[in-house]
Design a protein around this ligand. Structure first.
Ligand SMILES: [Zn+2]
Length: 250
């Protein structure tokens, strides 16, 4: 017997909208959680594009509209924003099956689904790299290194942004709001930025970029309102041109 939950039960537990007349059949229809909002916009009769097959040996889903498809583990993973591996571990744990996790072979394997997405990778890359490693360990290693470096660069950027946020908070007397923002961002990216930021703040020899950031914030704090507006306008310009350039590159 499969340890996996019935996909229809999962969909019902998650509150997906079912086409009731299909319940109990081989194909149970739901409103697709990924494309349903869009395809049902302004419609009287609702479209149940998501098709679930709960039969043993199947337990699969497919959307006839957006073509999302896969098995029950993948279904839960997508709905909850977790990795398939993580979901499977959870199910095993629930069933009392030991989940001796093999230690990650590469630090990049510790990145979550969401973290991989944040740095522009398809979260399934982890599973694919495990397969790829069997074919070409050398190239696989290089690719893993590259992903890990991208994550570290991303963290560094986040750290710098958080640091500037903290400085601005201190200067404007809105320290608590700054801490709140940094905590929120930490949750979004799955990495605690506060210790990083305080570490820089307390360092006797702070990195050069942080000194420049302090000088900038000091100067901005002493500007008149009209000067502040001019500076912000320039920042907006810069941000837009950077965005355009990165889009062209992509
Ligand atoms: Zn869909």
């Amino acid at each position: 017997m499969s340890i996996l939950p019935n996909i229809v039960h999962v969909a019902l537990e998650k509150g997906l909208t079912v086409d009731e007349k299909t319940l109990g059949k081989d194909e149970v229809r739901f409103i697709c959680p990924w494309c349903g909002d869009e395809t049902n916009k302004g419609r009287r009769r609702r479209k149940y594009h998501l098709s679930l097959n709960p039969n043993p040996g199947k337990n699969i889903y497919k959307c006839w509209y957006c073509h999302e498809n896969g098995g029950v583990v993948d279904f839960i993973a997508k709905l909850e924003g977790r990795t398939a591996e993580d979901v499977l571990d959870g199910i095993k744990k629930e069933k009392g099956i030991s989940t001796k996790k093999r230690p990650p072979r590469h630090p990049f394997e510790t990145l979550s689904y969401n973290q991989l997405k944040l740095i522009g990778y398809d979260p399934d890359i982890r599973g694919r790299m495990i397969e790829f490693r069997k074919v070409d360990p050398y190239l696989a290693r290089k690719k893993c290194d590259e992903i890990w470096e991208d994550w570290q660069a991303f963290q560094e950027q986040e750290k710098r942004k958080a640091f500037k946020r903290l400085l601005a908070g201190i200067k404007t007397g809105k320290y608590a709001a700054a801490i709140h923002d940094i905590e929120e961002r930490s949750r979004d990216i799955g990495h605690d930025l506060l210790p990083d930021v305080f570490h820089i703040y307390g360092q006797p020899n702070p990195p050069e970029w942080s000194v420049a950031a302090r000088q900038l914030v000091d100067r901005i704090a002493n500007l008149t309102p009209s000067e502040t507006k001019a500076v912000l306008d320039v920042f907006k310009e810069i941000a837009i041109s950077v965005e355009e350039r990165t889009q062209k590159k992509a």
